[in-house]
Design a protein around this ligand. Structure first.
Ligand code: COA
Length: 323
């Protein structure tokens, strides 16, 4: 038994914050941001609009594409780092919004790798026969934990959501997933507060509910880790890199994407690129790109896709998929 992607969907909030808008907030320039990151703009959730609100829109679109009704679902796995509340988890909150009952629904926190982790978990449920129709979501309101005075991080992140419906099938589908994590890097990319550690103000008197990042070091380790995970994925399946039709990467930074594409000898024409449109949306990034590739007609049924992501922790991972 395997799982296959029966439908994809995504959603970006209406409000757009361009690089030129950021020029008015701190010392930066559109040219600098584009050159170093490839990002042109990011979308920002409206006041009161939550991660589950965004996830719901993406889920509805994925379910419509798959021809699936809420009563057909038997699992929700929701990847996010910016949940609506501590509990219930976002998967359960989404289940309620969709009108579903009693099947398992869970949240998965693996920073920017959240969707790949969620996909891998849902795939295992389907392979083991514990689910036949799973909804997998990656959604974030990262703008709520961005320090909008810090030009080193504020230029990078945005809000959004993406989703896929997985159905049980006899042929893959999802061929393999590969997950990695290493807490030795916990101090290079993190948000320092939480219910257990507390929300005490820092020396400047602000509650430091912000993303902290050592950009340069994150960059180098991301390139190395993604390079090795794509190698590992190909080797595990006895495939040559020329077999990949589309690279669907985490949309963090165009230069990180270019480095992985180079490693795979894949021209950028065969890489789904959306980073210019929405920046780094963490767990939403890969399903947003996947949905863009499907809806634009670039990705076709039967294509071999390599999805990959890297994020705080560090966590990283990949999925090899026959679409
Ligand atoms: N606008 C203009 N100048 C900026 C700037 C901004 N937004 N941010 C930093 N700078 C300046 C720095 O102050 C520094 O100036 P100095 O040389 O006078 O000290 C200079 O630009 C270079 O800074 P540096 O941090 O070395 O830049 P960089 O080339 O590493 O680019 C990032 C910074 C954040 C774009 C880059 O490190 C990056 O993308 N890292 C990966 C981040 C990421 O993807 N994280 C998420 C992973 S899931």
């Amino acid at each position: 038994m395997y799982s296959r992607i029966a439908g994809t969907g995504s959603y970006l909030p209406e409000k757009v914050l361009t690089n030129h808008d950021l020029e008015k907030m701190f010392d930066t320039s559109d040219e600098w941001i584009r050159e170093r990151t490839g990002i042109g703009q990011r979308h920002i959730a409206a006041e009161g609009q939550t991660t589950v609100d965004l996830g719901l829109e993406a889920a509805r679109r994925a379910m419509a594409a798959a021809g699936v009704a809420p009563e057909d679902l038997d699992l929700i796995v929701f990847g996010t780092t910016t949940p609506d509340q501590v509990f219930p988890n976002c998967g359960t909150l989404l289940q309620e919004r969709l009108g579903g009952h009693s099947f398992p629904a869970m949240g998965v926190e693996a920073a920017c790798s959240g969707f790949i982790y969620a996909l891998s978990i849902a795939d295992k449920f389907v392979r083991l026969g514990d689910a036949k129709c799973a909804l997998v979501v990656g959604a974030e309101t990262l703008s709520r934990i961005v320090d909008w005075t810090d030009r080193g991080t504020a230029i990078l992140f945005g809000d959004g959501a993406g989703a896929v419906v997985l159905k049980a099938t006899e042929e893959p589908g999802i061929i393999s997933t590969h997950l990695r994590s290493d807490g030795a890097y916990k101090d290079l990319l993190y948000c320092p507060v939480g219910p257990s550690k507390g929300f005490a103000p820092d020396a400047s008197g602000r509650t430091p509910m912000f993303i902290h990042m050592a950009g340069n070091e994150v960059f180098k380790i991301a390139v190395k880790s993604l390079g090795s995970i794509v190698d590992e994925t190909l080797a595990a399946n006895g495939l040559d890199k020329s077999a990949i039709d589309w690279l669907v990467p985490h949309q963090a930074n165009i230069r990180i994407i270019q480095a992985t594409a180079k490693k795979l000898d894949i021209p950028l024409e065969r890489v789904i690129l959306t980073v210019h449109e929405h920046g780094n949306t963490s767990a939403a990034s890969v399903p947003l790109a996947l949905d863009a590739g499907v809806r634009s007609g670039q990705i076709k049924r039967g294509d071999l896709l390599l999805l990959e992501a890297f994020g705080g922790g560090f966590t990283w991972g990949s999925a090899l998929i026959r679409y």
